[in-house]
Structures are given as C-alpha cells and as structure tokens.
Design a protein around this ligand. Structure first.
Ligand SMILES: Nc1ncnc2c1ncn2[C@@H]1O[C@H](COP(=O)(O)OP(=O)(O)OP(=O)(O)O)[C@@H](O)[C@H]1O
Ligand SMILES: [Mg+2]
Length: 455
C-alpha cells in the first residue's frame, strides 16, 4: 500500500506547506494551517478509468426507489422525540455538551437498551473498559451483550463492526487516525476521523452516536465540517449544580429542530422528565415583580416557561442589556418599543432577562411575555401567579397573531392558569376555552400593560 502523504493547507486561502506553520506565509492568518491527506498519483484514478466507472449513472427521480426511514426506539422517550420519533438506521448523530454534563451516561443507557436485541459497540477512547462497566453497574443497566472496546485509533474500528448495528464513539476528540501525524483532537484529525466514520456509516448502514466536546464559547470543538457531515447534531445542556438537563437539536435531517427533551440527572442515571412545571416555573413566581409566564411552543410540544427580568439603575454611562435564553437584538427591540410606545423609560437602566431552566426561546410568540416581565419590573408590581401572556410584538407596538394559539391556551388550562392574554387577532380560535379560563384579547402592548398593571 502506498504511504499516505500529508500536507498542511491553509483553511483561509488554500496555500500549502510540507510542514506545520503558525502563520500562513501566503495570507498572513494565524492558526489556519491544518493537516490534510494528499493522494499520491498512483492512488488517483486516471481520467479514462473514471469515465468507464462513472458513466451513465444519473436516473430520473421517478425511477428512484427508497426505503422508508426505519426508526428504532432508544428506550428514552424524550431522546426519541428530539430525534424526530426514534433512531434512524444508518444515521450519524453528534452529541455535544460541557464536560461532566452526562453525555457518556446518556449514551451508555441508550447503548445498553439497544443491546438487548441488537449488536451494539461502545468505542470508548476516553475511559477504560472497567470505568464503563462501573458506570453501567451504577446505573443498574442490563448490558450483558453490550460490546466495549477501549481504543483510540479509529483505523481499528472497521474490523470490530462485524454484525454491529449501533456504535457509540466516545469521543471524536479523543480518537485519531494513523494517516495524519497531528495529535488527536486537532482540526485535521477530527475532520478525517469523522469522514472515516461517515464512510462506514453510509456504506454499511450502521448508526453512529458520536460524542463531541464543546469549546469554552459553547460551540462544538473542531472543524465546522463536523456538523455539516452529521445527520443530527444535538446539544446536551444544563447547569452543573442543577440536576435538570435539556437536550436540543441544532440540526436534524429527519425531524424538527425546535424539539427539546427535558431530563433529570439522578443517581440511577438520566431520566426523562414529563412534568416540566418544576423546571421552567419558579416556586416564588407571582410574589416578586419582574416575572411573567408564557406558553412556549418547542417543536411539537407546548410548555409554560417563566421569564424573569431585573431592571436596575445604570451605574456606568452605558446601560447594559443581558438576555439569557432570548436573543439580544430582540431584547433591544422590545425595550425600544416599550420606551417609545408605552412611555417606560428604560434608557438609564440595566436590563437583565432570563428564561428559566436554561431553555432558549427563539419564537416571536414570547415577545409579549418579555414586555410584560419588563413592565412588571419597571412598575414594581408582580403579575398574578396564574396569569400567562403570549403574542408577537411589532415595532408599532401592535400585538400580532401567532401560530398554535389554541394549543397554548389549552396548555394554560391544563396547568391550572386562570387568566391568559392573547393577541386579539387570535381570539376567534380560542372562544371554546372562555368558560375554563379568562381570555383577554390584546391589540397593543399598551393594552397588555393596562390590563395587567393599571386595573
Ligand atoms: N455516583 C453518582 N451518583 C450520581 N451522579 C453521578 C455519580 N457519578 C457521576 N455522576 C454524575 O455523572 C456526571 C458525569 O457523567 P458523564 O461521565 O456521563 O459526563 P460526560 O459528559 O461524559 O463527561 P466527560 O465530558 O468528562 O466525558 C457527573 O457530573 C455527575 O453529575
Ligand atoms: Mg464522557
């Protein structure tokens, strides 16, 4: 076999060098040279060979047959929901998360469940076989058939996969390929190892779960292409001190990315949480000013989430805006609407906003609740514990209609709320709930402020 030749290529300008350089001599950028495999001339198929092999393979769409995606339950319903209804065979799933958040625990549980009637391999590059066994025993898993290998060289993977249907790689940053001389975890290594795994997954129809580490900024470590070649990219998040964890998809070729899964880390492992009220709503809501509840739609599910705000006088010249769980630009826009259309003077105040439970609220329907929480903090008047608010806020101060209105009101009824403020344009769709809950139509942000604080 011809020896693989590698070169260092600049990711910015494409300049090449036979050895690693800290700064690209061509474009002058730092830290852009990554190692790549260069095929020797014998390895490359000649043009005439290529023509003979590849000619006439294109077909009309009508002639293409396909199999419906075969989905396997993972044993954890919340995980299946986030994947879009189960594990798609032959897919590549990347699971990223902070150190110690429970990535290995979650995937060991799933691997153990799958191993009850399928052949599953746990390729552990980070922990020894006995450490994996210790964890499995602590979690009381029925995992007699789970195959475990402690190995860091990805080139050995192919020979271990005889009959295997699911494989867990723990983790992509800890494995390496002999084809590159750079150390495990470097950009080149991560990219090459991921490409090798993808080739195996697609050619042999094996499902891979790959654990990935995240950087200090919270993005997956390694090249962006790692996310591009995956079918599904999941993030496992949560505060380490708290036991709740949120699993969300940032990319999913087989399902909705808005779906989130809620888990709790217990001594017996990770368990799905079905009653979210303790996660996204605080005990003391309704007692202190600055908090509002909104029924948020995440994927196929609707759950009530509390938004907490704090408005305090700016000590320095420039007021701070610190949103957690909602978009920064959205917050700045809503503050401007409150200032201009409702006369709240927030220009000299620092504003902090937090969506409880570490959830990310990206949908416009949460706008009105952010405004309600800010107004509550501004007027120092708490909003009643059993009142929920939702609606999109426009720059003119009007409250626009939102999707899933009926579902949101139904969730409020289910959770025992007594009053809900809805966009006036959505009023028609919720008339059937008016005997169970007080529904107040809101046409402008001002109307909401009046209804909540000035009655
Ligand atoms: N005996 C135990 N009882 C309860 N929880 C435990 C116990 N041992 C470990 N844990 C929990 O498991 C977590 C570690 O889980 P795990 O090793 O799966 O995380 P990880 O995301 O794979 O970490 P790493 O990035 O280091 O691989 C700890 O943070 C802790 O919360
Ligand atoms: Mg781990």
């Amino acid at each position: 076999m011809a020896k693989t030749i590698t070169e260092f290529i600049c990711s910015e300008c494409g300049a090449s060098s036979p050895r690693w350089l800290g700064r690209c001599p061509s474009c002058g950028k730092f830290n852009t040279m990554t190692e790549e495999i260069i095929k020797s001339s014998e390895q490359r198929t000649s043009q005439s060979q290529k023509k003979a092999v590849y000619a006439g393979r294109a077909k009309p769409l009508s002639e293409i047959t396909y199999e419906r995606h075969n989905r396997t339950p993972s044993g954890i319903s919340e995980f299946d929901n986030v994947l879009g209804g189960g594990i798609v065979s032959g897919s590549l799933v990347l699971l990223g998360g902070d150190p110690g958040i429970g990535k290995s625990t979650l995937l060991t549980q799933i691997a153990a469940h799958l191993s009850e009637n399928k052949k599953v391999l746990y390729f552990s590059a980070e922990e020894s076989c006995s450490q994996v066994k210790m964890r499995a025993q602590r979690l009381n898993l029925r995992s007699e058939n789970l195959l475990i290998i402690n190995e860091t060289c990805i080139d050995c993977l192919d020979s271990e996969l005889e009959g295997v249907e699911f494989c867990v790689i723990d983790s992509i940053q800890a494995v390496y390929t002999d084809d590159l001389s750079s150390s495990a975890g470097s950009v080149g290594q991560v990219r090459e190892c991921a490409a090798k795994i993808m080739r195996i997954a697609k050619s042999r129809g094996i499902t891979f779960f790959i654990i990935g580490h995240v950087t200090k900024e919270g993005a997956l470590a390694g090249p962006k292409v790692l996310e591009h070649i995956m079918d599904t990219v999941l993030y496992f998040e949560g505060e380490n001190q708290e036991n709740f964890r949120i699993l969300r998809a940032v990319k999913n070729r087989f399902g909705n990315v808005a779906e989130v899964g809620v888990f709790e880390m217990t001594g017996e492992g990770i368990v799905a949480v079905t009653d979210y009220s303790g996660v996204f709503l605080s005990e003391s809501r309704g007692e202190e000013p600055g908090s509002a509840v909104t029924p948020a739609q995440t994927g196929a599910r609707c759950m009530n989430v509390e938004i907490q705000t704090l408005v305090s006088k700016t000590s320095f010249g420039l007021p701070r805006r610190m949103p957690l769980g909602i978009d920064y630009n959205k917050l700045v826009l809503l503050i401007a609407v409150l200032e201009k259309r409702c006369g709240l003077s927030l220009g000299g105040s620092d504003v902090y906003v937090n969506a409880m439970g570490g959830i990310k609220l990206n949908e416009p329907a949460c706008d009105l609740a952010v405004c309600a929480a800010l107004a509550s903090a501004y007027y120092s008047k708490p909003i009643d514990k059993y009142t929920a608010v939702f609606g999109e806020v426009g720059l003119t101060g009007e409250v626009r209609a939102v999707s899933y209105c009926e579902k949101r009101v139904a969730e409020c009824v289910k959770m025992g709320f007594r009053k809900v403020l809805v966009p006036a344009k959505n009023m028609k769709s919720v008339t059937k709930y008016t005997d169970k809950i007080t529904v107040i139509p809101v046409l402008y942000v001002n109307t909401m402020i009046k209804a909540l604080f000035k009655d």
